[in-house]
Design a protein around this ligand. Structure first.
Ligand SMILES: Cc1ncc(COP(=O)(O)O)c(C=O)c1O
Length: 374
């Protein structure tokens, strides 16, 4: 059973000292110049995509793109994305990052919803009213793992009509199999809305264990995905929602600002169909790197490494040192920036999250941790 002590988002947020739950951007901490010399393991994105050729192509077109207005209709972009997802374009909404869509979900379509914590902070920070989220604290002694049948029991007992699942979880990396997700959705058919954030699902397996191919079967299902992570383009601001329920999508669509996507982002989307093979190669390359990182971290004494289905790994520091002390030492002594998860609602002060940055940089991180912890 998960820890059932319930606290409101407002109550828990008081402990954040008015910060957001995101880590400060590296450039904000040390300036743009110095940031170049530091390896940023907070940065959760695919290092192998867009390909060098795509980047050159975008750079070449940049002057023209900057001087143009984006399209006033999202349909072309939806078609480009739909082509690689193998879905109907009208069942997609593309946002200025998944964050734009999360804020929209929070403010326009949910009343009260269940949120397992720790979570991705935007889900609980942008609510109309902090009481709109009922927090379901995951048990630190069980590695903050979400057990779906317990969660659903709790959602029903609290008479909630909507629930969030992030799969693979952020910050835990916990992956819930497609079969378990389908069982949950079958059992949760009485809920009005089940939001499943699959921002990291492309790193969870091959074929990708996404709910998208079965989404038509569940009218209460809304899938959210950030393209920052799996497509490696956080600066372009691209994310999308997919649902088989057009009514639900249309309720959201009304609030999407015209020109919410910039021209560079639209241009990037137009490159997706012709670079899909390179994308899947990049995804699999990164998955192999993450497996290596996970296994290597496991060989370090003094940390407990959590299984992951994402492109990052969460670990707990078991020696006397806190996560923030370890973060500081890595920054000062090894020029590496890792995510101290202490300011995440519902998480203790012992957890660090590291996103794979490719084998070479990852191996330097493993060595640095060995030096500091053994
Ligand atoms: C689970 C999850 N969803 C959504 C997002 C939002 O991503 P973006 O707004 O960059 O698309 C993030 C970012 O870290 C995330 O971790």
């Amino acid at each position: 059973m998960a820890n059932t002590t319930i606290a409101s988002a407002a109550e828990l947020k008081r402990h954040l000292f008015y910060e957001t739950s995101h880590s400060p951007a590296l450039a904000d901490l040390v300036g743009y110049e110095k940031a170049k010399d530091i390896i940023d393991f907070c940065f959760i994105a695919n290092p192998y995509y867009p390909t060098a050729e795509m980047l050159r192509d975008m750079a070449h077109n940049l002057p023209n793109l900057i001087k143009s207005y984006p399209s006033s209709s999202p349909i072309m972009s939806q078609r480009n994305l739909a082509a690689v997802l193998h879905v109907s374009p009208e069942k997609l909404i593309i946002g200025n990052g998944a964050t734009e869509l999360i804020v929209l979900i929070d403010t326009t379509i949910i009343d009260r919803f269940a949120v397992p914590i720790p979570t991705f902070g935007e889900y609980i920070e942008k609510l109309r009213d902090q009481r709109d989220a009922e927090l379901y604290p995951l048990d630190p002694d069980r590695r903050y793992e979400l057990h779906l049948p317990d969660y659903l029991d709790w959602v029903h007992r609290r008479n909630l009509r909507s629930a969030l699942i992030i799969n693979p979880g952020n910050p835990t990396g916990q992956f819930i199999s497609l079969d378990e997700m389908i069982d949950f959705l079958n059992a949760a058919s009485d809920l009005e809305l089940v939001i499943v954030d699959e921002s990291f699902i492309d790193f969870a397996g091959d074929p990708i264990p996404s709910l998208i191919p079965v989404a038509e079967r569940f009218s209460n299902l809304l899938i959210v995905r950030s393209m920052s992570k799996h497509c490696g383009v956080p600066g372009l601001r691209l994310g999308y929602c997919y649902s088989g329920n057009l009514y639900l999508l249309n309720r959201m669509r009304r609030f999407i600002p015209t020109w919410n996507l910039n021209t560079l982002a639209e241009y990037f989307l137009s490159l997706l169909p012709q670079t899909d093979a390179a994308y899947h190669e990049a995804r699999k390359h990164l998955m192999a790197d993450v497996r290596w990182l996970y296994e290597s971290l496991k060989s370090i004494r003094g940390i407990d490494v959590y299984p992951t289905g994402a492109n990052f790994v969460l670990f707990k520091v078991k020696t006397g040192i806190t996560a923030s002390e370890l973060q500081l030492r890595l920054l000062e002594e090894h020029q590496m920036y890792v995510r101290d998860c202490s300011n995440k609602v519902g998480m203790d002060d012992r957890h660090i999250r590291v996103a794979s940055q490719g084998r070479d940089k990852d191996s330097r991180l493993v060595e640095a941790l060995r030096v500091l912890l053994q």
